[in-house]
Ligand binder design. Structure first.
Ligand SMILES: Cc1cc2nc3c(=O)[nH]c(=O)nc-3n(C[C@H](O)[C@H](O)[C@H](O)COP(=O)(O)OP(=O)(O)OC[C@H]3O[C@@H](n4cnc5c(N)ncnc54)[C@H](O)[C@@H]3O)c2cc1C
Length: 298
């Protein structure tokens, strides 16, 4: 990494770490080091990092709950926008949410103000930024239904995209194709009863605990839902439930999840993904596409 650039980053951003292990920052608990990690606490710090590097020259992450980082790790700079940069601001029936805010705390804060509709997001363990990029969804809802505007930091300054400009589709937004840094999002919620909102959150959390292998490290559903099918069902039909490579296993509880049984390496997970894809293609004729984003040097 260019010494002058690193110096400049250290001058502008308080929390800069060298050789940070990505296994500490991903829900899969695997992944080699990032050369440099910056953890901004303010919008000014985010803007400085983008100005110094450009959004294309760094990898931006939230809580790392949809990432598989390779063993060699990530060359260059990772910007982690999570708990250090969080908060929600209410204006009438709209709410502005900083990108590092966890989805659960956002849904909770909204519920307390009798604003809801987004309870389905509460059990998704990521940030607002990650949810916007991925168009996160569950139980028939998607975040895009509530998004009014997304504020982005670019080298040229702050820009705001409205929902149509975000090109949302299933687990996809324009930011999957053109990486830009999400600073905040404005969502329009619907009036709700506080108690009913709380009950709905508890009910959906119980459904997750019942169906998903939350006792193991994972990145949620490994594969996107192929049109007309459920990935988990195809994986079961192909005989992959419980299939292992090293410490990685196709969950016994929910075949749509690959879990880390404790000592998995990124290569174990990658090999298992390929085996599952191969078997599903051979058995069912369907190409599975990963929902999990694989990042880092191969
Ligand atoms: C147990 C479990 C259950 C899950 N259940 C669901 C579910 O029901 N539905 C669902 O949709 N997902 C689910 N997920 C996946 C994951 O939680 C979501 O995709 C979530 O939205 C990712 O948020 P994150 O902050 O962790 O993002 P990361 O995993 O850190 O990043 C995901 C993507 O977003 C980008 N990104 C993150 N923050 C920013 C930012 N501020 N600016 C620009 N780009 C950014 C990254 O570059 C990357 O491309 C689950 C995961 C787990 C572990």
């Amino acid at each position: 990494m260019d010494k002058a650039i690193l110096q400049e980053l250290k001058k502008q951003i308080e929390d800069v770490r060298i050789g940070e292990k990505m296994s500490k920052h991903t829900s899969f608990k695997v992944g080699g080091p990032a050369d440099v990690m910056v953890l901004p606490k303010t919008q000014a710090e985010i803007r400085s990092a983008v100005k110094i590097l450009g959004a294309q020259n760094m990898f931006v992450m939230g809580k790392g709950t949809n990432l598989l980082v390779t063993q060699k790790g990530i060359r260059g700079v990772v910007m982690k926008i999570a708990g250090n940069y969080s908060g929600t601001k209410f204006e009438d029936d709209c709410v502005s949410v900083k990108s590092g805010t966890s989805l659960s705390s956002f849904v909770n804060a909204a519920g307390k103000r009798s604003l809801g509709g987004v309870e389905f997001l509460a059990g998704i363990p990521g940030t607002m930024g990650g949810a916007i990029v991925m168009n996160a969804g569950a139980f028939g809802g998607e975040i895009c239904e509530f998004v009014q505007e997304v504020t982005l930091a670019t080298r040229e300054g702050i820009i705001v995209l409205n929902r149509d400009e975000m090109n949302f589709s299933y687990r996809h937004s324009i930011l999957c194709d053109i990486p830009m840094v999400v600073v905040s999002a404005k969502l329009k919620l619907i009036d709700c009863d506080k108690e009913q909102s709380k009950c709905r959150q508890s009910e959906l959390s119980a459904r997750r605990r019942d169906k998903q292998p939350l006792e193991y490290a994972s990145a949620g559903s490994t594969f996107k839902r192929p049109e007309g099918y459920y990935a988990g069902v195809l994986i079961e039909q192909a005989g992959c439930r419980g299939l292992c490579v090293g410490g990685a296993q196709v969950s016994q509880k929910h075949a749509g999840f690959i879990v880390n049984k404790g000592k998995a390496t990124p290569d174990d997970v990658l090999e298992l993904i390929e085996q599952v894809r191969g078997k599903v293609k051979a058995q069912c004729g369907v190409e599975l596409e990963t929902e999990v984003k694989v990042v880092g040097e191969r």
